[in-house]
Design a binder for this molecule. Structure first.
Ligand code: BTN
Length: 233
């Protein structure tokens, strides 16, 4: 298994995509200590100061229909949650689809990007950002963000956590690929679901609604029961 390590890069996702295009193998891992242009979801950035976090991206070249690829983000979330529990003993919960929270605050973000043709995946990069040894956060995000250090009071060995996440990912990935959906994983995913059995507000693009989150389907949709109906998000 190959690992590329950089003291500094623009974004491990960007770097991984380039490496994938240049022929990097399935399973290659890209890690950086610092990112100058860390990418978050919805066009946002991801603060990536040196010495604090884990910034890693996995390169995947699966034989998978592109329409099934988004489920890999949920697979990654399971692997990271498990890796964190293994390394820190803390319970990490998944906020559907793929944020990881401890005591209600976000510690992990995942950004999956794909290059595909109509029915063929060229490559997928799964980017994982973990707030590990951050001692504080900028005011704008301090209310919603936390780190493993802030939650446990202990510094966490980043190399050991990377190793644990990588190992867990392999395990869940194989179980996902066996059916190319989440039927074998959904019970375990639901057990880690942060809002299971609780009232959630779904910010549906058309119309927001309230309901109770029940778990996920085999395809990774969130099942939300409202007064009138069971809805899939
Ligand atoms: C989110 O907005 O929640 C997703 C954040 C993803 C951040 C990680 S850090 C490693 C990888 N490289 C990036 O540029 N982004 C992802």
């Amino acid at each position: 298994k190959k690992i590329y390590y950089y003291d500094e890069t623009d974004s491990t996702n960007v770097r991984a995509s380039r490496l994938a295009e240049e022929g990097a193998e399935h399973g290659t891992l890209v890690v950086a200590d610092q990112q100058d242009a860390g990418k978050g979801r919805r066009g946002r950035g991801w603060s990536s100061l040196p010495g604090t976090g884990i910034f890693m991206t996995l390169i995947l070249k699966p034989e998978l229909n592109p329409s099934n690829a988004s489920m890999l983000t949920l697979v990654a979330a399971m692997a990271v949650a498990k890796g964190i529990t293994r390394c820190t003993g803390m319970e990490a919960k998944i906020k559907w689809p793929n944020d990881i929270v401890i005591n209600g605050k976000k510690v992990v973000g995942i950004l999956t990007e794909m290059s595909a043709q109509m029915d063929y995946v060229n490559h997928i990069v799964v980017g994982i950002g973990i707030n590990v040894n951050n001692e504080s956060f900028p005011e704008e995000i301090a209310q919603n963000a936390t780190s493993l250090l802030l939650q446990s009071g202990k510094r966490v060995n980043r190399a050991a956590l990377i190793e644990a996440v990588w190992e867990e990912f392999e395990h869940y990935y194989d179980r996902f690929m066996a059916y190319q959906d989440l039927r074998d994983l959904r019970k375990e995913y639901d057990a880690s679901l942060a809002n299971k059995g609780q009232k959630v507000r779904v910010l549906d693009p058309k119309e927001p609604f309230d309901g109770v989150a029940q778990g996920i389907t085999d395809r990774g949709e969130l099942i939300v029961d409202t007064w009138e109906a069971r809805k899939l998000v």
